[in-house]
Write a protein that binds this ligand. Structure first.
Ligand code: 7RM
Length: 417
C-alpha cells in the first residue's frame, strides 16, 4: 500500500455515484483495437468503432441468446478474445443482462468446476467453445452428473467448427436434450455474430451453423466469384460491426479482405450449403493440404479421426514429401482410458481411409497429451507443420501454453527417429 498511489476500494466506492454519466461519442469514434489470435502470419490490429459495433452486438446478444429479464447468462470465453469483448462485456451490458463472469481454470479445484458454477448461480444461457466441449467429453460424464443443471435452457458454441459428435454430446449431456444449441460463426473482423440459428425460430442441426443473421448477406463463391454450393464463404454487403481497417495499415486491410472479389468481403473460411440453405463452415481455406494431386481440407481428416470412439481431439497438417508433395501428418489426443499403441494407430489410419477414402489415410499419427492452441482454443497448425517437418518453430507468443510445443517436438523426434 503506497499512500496517494494506492486507495482503498471501499473508501472510493463510498463517495462514488451509483451511475456514471456516459460520454457522448461519435458513431465512427474508435472503440478498440484488438489483435487477431495470429494462427497464421503477423498479427493484425483489428479496428472497431462505436455505433455500428454496439448496434450489432446488442441485437445479436438479444436475438441469438433469446435474452430474457430473468436469464443468468454465462459466456466462458477469455475476456481478451473478441468473444469476451462482444459477448461478455458490450453485448450483454448494452442489453442490461445479468452476466456471470468467471476468470479461472475449468478443472480446478476439480473437473466439475463449470457445472458447480452453473448449479450454484442457476445459469440459464451457457456459451462456450468446441475445444472446451471436447475437453469435457474427455473428462467423462461423471463430473457433470454430480450437479443439477436444470436451470440451463440455451447452449451456444463459437470459435471453430463443432464436429457432430461433440454437438450431440453437448446436446445430450449438458442440455439433457432440452436446450437448443446455437452454433455461431463470426470473426474478430466481423465484430459480432454473422451466421447462426435463432432459437425457436430456425432449426438447429449438428454440424451446421445455420443461416445468416437477418440483415447479413452471405454467399458461397468460387475464385471467379460465381455462386457454388461448396466454396469460399463471402459477405456481399457491409454490416454494422465490420472492422473499419487494420490499425496503421489500410493497404493490408484492402488486400486481405477486399481484393479477392470486387466489393465483396473475404473472411478466409470455406463452407458448404445444403438444399435447405443451411451453411456448414469447413474451416480456414489456408488449412488445406495437397497430397498426390488431391486437395484435402485438414478439417475433413480431423472430423474423420474424431469420429472414432478413442479420439478426443485431432489436428492434421501437410508435411513435405518428395513424391506426393505433401504427406498427411496427424496429431491425436485420446480419450481417457484408451491404450496408446501401434494397433490403435493402425486402426485410426484405416478409419480415416474408410470414412473419406484411401487418399486421405494419414501417413503418420502421433498420439499426444496436448496440442498447441491459442487462448481461444484455435489449433496452431503452422507450429505442428514446423514440428512435423523438423523445422525451427515459428512465432509461439500467442500460445496459451508455450511448453506444449517443446514436449510435442521432443516426442515427435523420438517417434519418427
Ligand atoms: C469468434 C471468433 C475467427 C475464425 C473464423 C472461423 C472460426 C469461429 C466458428 C468458426 C466454424 C463456428 N473469432 N470460427 N466460429 N468456425 N464454426 N461457429 O472465433 O477471430 O478468433 O476467429 O474462427 O475460421 O474465421 S476469431
Amino acid at each position: 500500500m503506497e499512500y496517494e498511489r494506492d486507495h482503498w476500494y471501499h473508501e472510493l466506492i463510498g463517495e462514488a455515484q451509483p451511475h456514471c454519466i456516459p460520454e457522448i461519442m461519435d458513431a465512427e469514434d474508435l472503440l478498440f483495437v484488438l489483435y487477431t489470435s495470429g494462427t497464421t502470419g503477423k498479427p493484425k490490429g483489428i479496428v472497431h468503432t462505436t455505433g455500428g459495433y454496439l448496434t450489432q452486438v446488442t441485437a445479436t446478444t438479444k436475438c441469438v441468446f433469446d435474452l430474457q429479464e430473468d436469464d443468468i447468462y454465462w459466456c466462458t470465453a477469455d475476456v481478451g478474445w473478441i468473444t469476451g469483448h462482444s459477448y461478455i462485456v458490450y453485448g450483454p451490458l448494452a442489453n442490461g443482462a445479468t452476466v456471470l463472469m468467471y476468470e479461472g481454470a475449468p478443472d480446478w479445484p476439480d473437473k466439475g468446476r463449470f457445472w458447480e458454477i452453473c448449479q450454484k448461480y442457476r445459469v440459464s444461457i451457457f456459451y462456450t467453445a468446441p475445444t472446451a466441449i471436447r475437453a469435457f467429453m474427455k473428462w467423462g460424464e461423471d463430473w457433470i452428473k454430480k450437479y443439477d443443471l436444470s436451470s440451463l435452457r440455451l447452449l451456444g458454441t463459437v470459435g471453430e467448427p463443432i464436429n457432430p459428435e461433440a454437438w450431440i454430446w453437448y446436446h445430450r449431456v449438458i442440455g439433457k436434450e432440452l436446450c437448443p444449441i446455437v452454433d455461431t460463426w463470426w470473426q474478430t473482423e466481423t465484430g459480432a455474430i454473422m451466421i447462426t440459428s435463432l432459437p425457436a425460430v430456425t432449426e438447429t442441426r449438428p454440424g451446421s451453423a445455420g443461416e445468416a443473421f437477418p440483415g447479413i448477406c452471405t454467399a458461397l463463391l468460387n475464385n471467379e466469384g460465381e455462386s457454388v454450393t461448396a466454396g469460399f464463404l463471402a459477405i456481399t454487403k457491409p454490416w454494422p460491426s465490420m472492422l473499419r481497417t487494420i490499425y496503421g495499415d489500410d493497404e493490408r486491410y484492402e488486400n486481405t479482405y477486399w481484393s479477392k472479389w470486387d466489393g465483396i468481403y473475404f473472411p478466409g473460411d470455406g463452407a458448404k450449403i445444403d438444399e435447405d440453405g443451411f451453411l456448414s463452415i469447413l474451416g480456414r481455406v489456408d488449412d488445406v493440404l495437397n497430397t498426390a494431386g488431391h486437395r484435402i481440407g485438414t478439417m475433413e481428416v480431423e472430423s474423420a479421426l474424431v469420429d472414432h470412439p478413442a479420439v478426443a481431439e485431432a489436428a492434421v497438417v501437410g508435411k513435405f514429401h518428395e513424391v506426393k508433395g505433401q504427406a498427411i501428418a496427424a496429431f491425436v489426443i485420446l480419450k481417457e482410458n484408451w491404450q496408446a499403441d501401434d494397433d490403435l494407430v493402425m486402426e485410426l489410419r484405416n478409419h480415416v481411409a474408410q470414412k473419406i477414402g484411401a487418399i486421405a489415410r494419414p501417413d503418420s499419427i502421433v498420439l499426444t497429451a496436448d496440442l498447441p492452441k491459442t487462448r481461444s482454443g484455435k489449433i496452431m497448425r503452422r507450429l505442428l507443420k514446423d514440428i512435423a517437418e523438423g523445422k525451427a518453430l515459428g512465432d509461439t507468443t500467442t500460445l496459451a501454453d508455450p511448453s506444449v510445443v517443446q514436449i510435442l517436438k521432443d516426442q515427435y523426434l523420438s517417434r519418427e527417429g
